[in-house]
Design a protein around this ligand. Structure first.
Ligand code: NAP
Ligand code: SF4
Length: 677
């Protein structure tokens, strides 16, 4: 079968001067690779995706000038040396039969520097820099610099450019009254507010010639007050087409918006209704984006006429062969992106190279290689959680004979709990993938089997991935019947009362609070409910598309209090790009969050806490149920037993180090160990 399962996805698209092989764009992602200065690595990253079937990809945002750079020193295309570096990338992609467009991103007031410029001198709530208001000469310079960057991109061998006009960056800032307070010819009514983006497209087209792909990324819904109206979106789309754009891509929400737009709790294809509404208003192809992560979802978007193309970005970090597998009728073998942001966007914000939780090779293509093993061995892996599964899959792929022991009746470990949390439904897909992959990989899976030193002794190598066990925080009264562990709660093994106190506000404390605060279906599986919960309205009714009534989360069936000993607001340690979503969601459900407590004693009526190490003001928080989410300890009993018998073993995942364990570290460690065995 060759792509027959996804006829619309694999239908070619004729752009007049070039025909694209399918309806997919690999969307722009900032990987941080260019900033390493290792351009062989940049080229390898993109080439691997072209080899995997991506017909057209867009690079991370390149600054057209220093004032437009997201950060000082961010990658751009300014010098002859830059040009030579970019040419290595384009040549590598072309050698694999792909096409590549360079995104030109002028950050406007989101530039994290004192040199930031904007339509008006208004600081963004997510920056501490007040931008300088551009004068007429400054505006002309920005247009000229963007057009020059596009011409250089062509010189460097790119097949096109994408002009970033959404997400609250410079061009979007000119469009919205929220940020454009000018009264000269570049502000005021919409004809003047859209003048800059349209002029940028016109001048860019003039600079690159007719036979060059020019994608304009257009904000369909700003999700900020005083954003654009739908009429303005349509007018801009028509003007951008007339000015010379080849394709219009979709942007959703500004970075400062308080609505999640790409996180895992956002329903799949949640925003394609906007692209669908724009269909027919312009003659050039429209691209839908955001939370499209599987070929079935992409095919459905195209089938319902919501777009001419789809953009997927993170799914190509998770699996560079996404399209090749879909085309070959092997969609079930695609490693799914779970939209967690943990190794991609969170890394970018921490100024680390982006990778992928489910695919540690992403961004590390030149260094982490799964080559055939020179001497295949018999390898025992104990524990089928994320670390053990990753190690088993990579070892088997390299030709080792792998036996995977799991004490439970199913594989998954902690993933099996994550999938039960409302908003984390994507983990179900990841688990399903792992079940298929383990079955297909010729791994001898022994479920319901407790591995012992006797069982492991005959193997050539043993990998211990026995995971973690919940920490007992030793609070007096913990043996009372209304005290539960998070495992019991998430697996539904014990009833939970209406007043709940959660001890521990790490990732699992937040997950348990989310689980217990949900009544009825998860909004992630019901887009209308989700829009209501987050206050997403219609830009045809309110500017920026924020619902006039604001967010209206469904009520929690329980009174929940989430506690931690650390002073300050719980949730600080959660993911950089997702922590705010978890905090806002729980606030919306009325969950009370307290830091700086000392646990005195659990009593039948609830829990007695005091303030800080000085234990001031002891008081009872009434609760029917107390749930302990106080972190984990490594489960090393097997490791100790092996050491006692002198049997060597490698240890990975939570069994190695439980502190700050997450699936990212577990999968990375398992994969890297198996890559060198
Ligand atoms: P965690 O994030 O390390 O949090 C443990 C919590 O328990 C903290 O709030 C800590 O706060 C508290 N604690 C630690 N020792 C304690 C003690 N002796 N007595 C009372 N409280 C104690 O661990 P986790 O919540 O179990 O999560 C495990 C891992 O899974 C984490 O690394 C987490 O990142 C990951 N995870 C991630 C997500 C996600 O959304 N990305 C979701 C779930 C889990 P105090 O010490 O201040 O009291
Ligand atoms: Fe997707 Fe998470 Fe990988 Fe990012 S880290 S690409 S969100 S699975």
């Amino acid at each position: 079968m060759t792509g027959t399962g996804f006829p619309r996805l694999f239908a070619p698209l004729d752009l007049g001067f070039v025909t694209l092989p399918d309806r997919v764009i690999m969307g722009s992602m900032h990987t941080g690779l260019e900033e390493t200065g290792d351009w062989a690595r940049v080229a390898a990253f993109y080439a691997e995706r072209a080899r995997g079937g991506v017909g057209l990809m867009v690079t991370g945002g390149m600054a057209p000038n220093s004032e437009g750079a997201v950060l000082p020193g961010a990658a751009g295309l300014f010098t002859r040396e830059d040009l030579a570096n970019h040419a290595r990338v384009t040549a590598a992609v072309h050698a694999e039969g792909g096409r590549i467009a360079m995104q030109i991103l002028h950050a406007g007031r989101y530039a994290y520097s004192d040199g930031a410029v904007a339509p008006s001198a208004l600081r963004s709530p997510i920056s501490r820099h007040v931008p300088r208001e551009l004068d007429a000469a400054g505006i002309e310079k920005q247009i000229a610099d963007i057009a020059t960057a596009a011409a250089r991109a062509r010189e460097a061998g790119y097949d096109g450019v994408e002009i970033m006009g959404s997400e609250g960056y410079l061009l979007n800032e000119f469009l919205a009254p929220h940020t454009n307070r000018r009264s000269d010819g570049w502000g005021g009514d919409f004809a003047h507010r859209m003048r800059l983006p349209v002029e940028v497209v016109r001048r860019t087209r003039a600079a690159v010639g007719a036979d060059f792909i020019l994608i304009y990324r257009l904000s369909m819904i700003d999700l900020v007050p005083e954003g654009q109206t739908w009429d303005e979106v349509v007018r801009l789309a028509r003007a951008v087409e007339a000015a010379g754009a080849t394709i219009i891509n979709t942007g959703i929400g500004w970075h400062e918006a308080r609505v999640p737009t790409i996180a895992t709790s956002v329903p799949r294809a949640a925003f394609t209704w906007l692209t669908r509404r724009l269909m027919g208003e312009v003659g050039i192809p429209l691209v839908a984006s955001n939370r499209i992560n599987a070929p079935e979802v992409a095919e459905a978007v195209l089938a319902e006429g919501a777009a001419d193309m789809v953009s997927m970005a993170r799914p190509f970090l998770a699996d560079a062969e996404f399209l090749a597998k879909a085309k070959a009728g092997r969609a079930g073998a695609i490693v799914p992106c779970i939209a967690c942001n943990q190794a991609c966007l969170d890394h970018t914000f921490e100024r680390k190279v982006a990778s992928c939780l489910v695919n540690p090779r992403a961004g590390h293509e030149t260094e982490l290689v799964y080559a055939p093993a020179p001497r295949p061995r018999r390898i025992a892996v104990v524990g089928a959680g994320p670390a053990g599964i990753a190690a088993a899959l990579v070892a088997a792929r390299r030709g080792h004979a792998v036996t995977l022991f799991e004490r439970a009746a199913a594989i998954g470990g902690q993933l099996d709990m994550a999938r039960r949390i409302p908003g984390k439904e994507e983990f179900e897909g990841l688990l399903a993938y792992y079940r298929r992959a383990v079955a297909a990989a010729d791994i001898d899976l022994r479920l319901g089997t407790e591995a012992s030193p006797d069982l492991l002794a005959p193997f050539g190598a043993a990998i211990v991935a026995t995971g973690v066990r919940p920490r007992d925080p030793g609070i007096p009264g913990r043996q009372l019947p209304h005290v539960l562990g998070y495992v019991d709660v998430l697996r539904g093994r014990a009833p939970v009362g209406e007043r709940v106190v959660i001890v521990g506000a790490g990732g699992i404390g937040f997950d348990v609070a989310t689980f217990l605060a949900q009544d009825g279906p998860s909004p992630t599986t019901d887009p209308a409910l989700w829009r209501r919960e987050w206050g997403v309205g219609d830009p045809a009714l309110t500017r920026g598309g924020l619902a006039a009534e604001g967010p209206r989360p469904g009520p929690s069936p329980r009174e929940i209090t989430l506690l931690q000993r650390k002073p300050g607001r719980p949730g600080r340690g959660l993911g950089k790009t997702t922590g705010w979503i978890h905090r806002l969601a729980l606030q919306g459900k009325g969950v009370v969050m307290r830091g700086g407590v000392t646990y005195e004693e659990i009593v039948p009526e609830g829990i007695i806490v005091s303030d800080g190490p000085e234990r001031a003001d002891p008081r009872l928080i009434a609760a029917d149920t107390v749930v302990i989410c106080a972190g984990q300890e490594p489960e090393r009993s097997l490791l100790d037993a092996l050491a006692g018998r002198g049997i060597p073993a490698e240890v990975i995942g939570g069994a190695d180090r439980a502190a700050e364990l997450d699936a990212k570290r577990a999968i990375d460690q398992g994969s890297r160990l198996a890559a060198r065995l």
